[in-house]
Design a protein around this ligand. Structure first.
Ligand code: NAD
Ligand code: 89V
Length: 337
C-alpha cells in the first residue's frame, strides 16, 4: 500500500516512524503548510514528493490511503478531498469540532465506499489490550462498575502549545481517549453527567473533568486531570478498576495488572520501548504502531476498523455530552445529540 501523510507536526513523527515499521506500506508523499516542518520530515524519512497544498497532492495522486495528522479544524475539508480522490483515510482525533462535521465525513466515506478510521489509539496500548482481553474472556464475570482514570501533572503544553489556547481542553484532547476506553470495556452510554474545573490559571480551557456514565448493565467513572502532581508521575498511563460479578481487575501505576477471580494473578504488562520511542511516551508510541497495523489489516481484508468514523461518532457524542452536562448542570443523553 502506498500512503500520503498530511500534517508534519509534533505527533506525526510517531506516525511516520510507525509506518516505516509496517511491512508492505510505503509513504510516498507528504503535505504541510509549514515549509520548515515539511522539509524536516521529508529529509528525516527520505520522502521525495512534498506539497504545501493538499489539493495539489490529491491531484497528483499515486497513493491508496491518506493519513491526516492535522488538528481538528482541517479534518472535514481534507477528508472530503480524500473521498473525492477515492482513497482510504485515517484521521487523527479529535475527529471533528462538532457532531454534524463528523457525520458529514462518515457519510462522504460511505458514499465513496472507502475505509475511514479515526486514529483513536489509546485502546490499542498493550496494557489496555491485556486488560480488555481478560475482561472479554470472562475472567471477572459480567462487569458492573468501571473506573477509568488519567491524572497527571505532566507539562503537555511545551510539545503542544495549542492545548493551552482553546476554550476546550482536557475532555476534547485527552478525555476523548479515556471515554473511548470506557466504551471499549463497557459498551455504549445512555446517560452522562460531568463536572469540569480549571486549576491551571495559565490556560483557557478546563484541565480537570469528572464524568459519570451509565452503560447497559454497568456504571463507570471517567476522571481526568492535568492538574494532579503525583509521585511517581504516571503520564501517560490510564489506570483501571473494573468490578465484575465473579471478580475484579485493576491496572495500577507502573503497568501492574491484577486480576482477582477464582485466584489472584498479578502481571507486569509494561509496554515495550520501540527502537524510535522515548519514555514516558513509549506507551502511546507503541499504540500508534498497533492501530496503524490494524488499519492496514482491515483495508487488506475488507473489515471495518474498531475505531471507524461511524464508531467514533459515539465517542465524540460523549465529549459533547460531557461539555453540555457541565455547562448546564444536568444529566445528558448522548444519543439525543
Ligand atoms: P501540530 O500543530 O504540531 O501539527 C499539525 C501540523 O498540521 C502543523 O505542522 C500544521 O502546519 C499542519 N497543517 C494544519 N492544517 C493543514 C492543512 N490544511 N494542510 C496541510 N498542513 C496542515 O499538532 P500535533 O500536536 O501534531 O497534533 C495533530 C493532531 O494529532 C491533533 O488533532 C491532536 O489532537 C492529535 N494528537 C493525537 C495524539 C494521540 O495519541 N492520538 C497525541 C498527540 C496529538
Ligand atoms: O494523546 C493525546 O491526544 C495528547 C496527550 C496525551 C498529550 O493528551 O494530546
Amino acid at each position: 500500500m502506498k500512503g500520503a501523510l498530511i500534517g508534519c507536526g509534533f505527533f506525526a513523527q510517531n506516525q511516520l516512524h510507525a509506518w516505516r515499521d509496517i511491512d508492505g506500506v510505503d509513504i510516498v508523499a507528504l503535505c504541510d503548510q509549514n515549509a520548515e516542518r515539511l522539509g524536516q520530515s521529508a529529509g528525516d524519512f527520505g520522502i521525495e514528493r512534498t506539497y504545501a497544498d493538499a489539493a495539489d497532492m490529491f491531484a497528483a495522486g499515486g497513493f491508496d490511503f491518506v493519513d491526516i495528522a492535522t488538528t481538528a479544524p482541517s479534518h472535514l475539508p481534507l477528508v472530503k478531498m480524500a473521498t473525492d480522490a477515492g482513497v482510504h483515510i485515517i484521521c487523527q482525533k479529535p475527529f471533528a469540532q462538532n457532531l454534524p462535521d463528523a457525520r458529514a465525513m462518515v457519510a462522504a466515506a460511505h458514499s465513496a465506499n472507502k475505509t475511514l478510521m479515526v486514529h483513536e489509539n489509546f485502546r490499542w496500548q498493550s496494557p489496555i489490550q491485556a486488560a480488555l482481553k481478560a475482561v472479554k474472556s470472562g475472567a471477572i464475570g459480567d462487569p458492573f462498575f468501571g473506573r477509568f482514570s488519567f491524572r497527571s501533572g505532566y507539562d503537555v503544553f511545551s510539545g503542544q502549545p495549542y492545548l493551552a489556547e482553546g476554550a476546550r481542553f482536557i475532555i476534547e484532547d485527552l478525555g476523548i481517549h479515556i471515554l473511548d476506553i470506557a466504551r471499549a470495556f463497557l459498551g455504549d452510554v445512555s446517560q452522562m453527567s460531568a463536572t469540569t474545573q480549571r486549576v491551571n490559571p495559565n490556560i483557557k480551557g478546563e484541565d480537570v473533568a469528572t464524568m459519570l456514565l451509565t452503560h447497559h448493565g454497568a456504571t463507570s467513572v471517567v476522571d481526568c486531570s492535568y492538574a494532579t502532581r503525583r509521585s511517581p508521575e504516571t503520564f501517560p498511563q490510564t489506570l483501571l478498576e473494573i468490578d465484575g460479578t465473579d471478580g475484579t481487575l485493576r491496572l495500577d501505576a507502573g503497568y501492574k495488572l491484577t486480576i482477582s477471580g477464582a485466584q489472584t494473578v498479578v502481571r507486569d504488562v509494561s509496554p515495550p520501548v520501540l527502537s524510535w520511542a522515548q519514555t514516558p511516551w513509549h506507551n502511546i508510541q507503541e499504540s500508534v504502531l498497533a492501530i496503524q497495523q490494524h488499519f492496514v489489516d482491515c483495508v487488506a481484508s475488507g473489515r471495518t476498523p474498531q475505531t471507524s468514523g461511524a464508531d467514533n461518532l459515539q465517542t465524540l457524542a460523549l465529549v459533547e455530552a460531557a461539555y453540555l452536562s457541565a455547562a448546564e448542570g444536568r444529566t445528558v443523553s448522548p444519543r439525543a445529540l
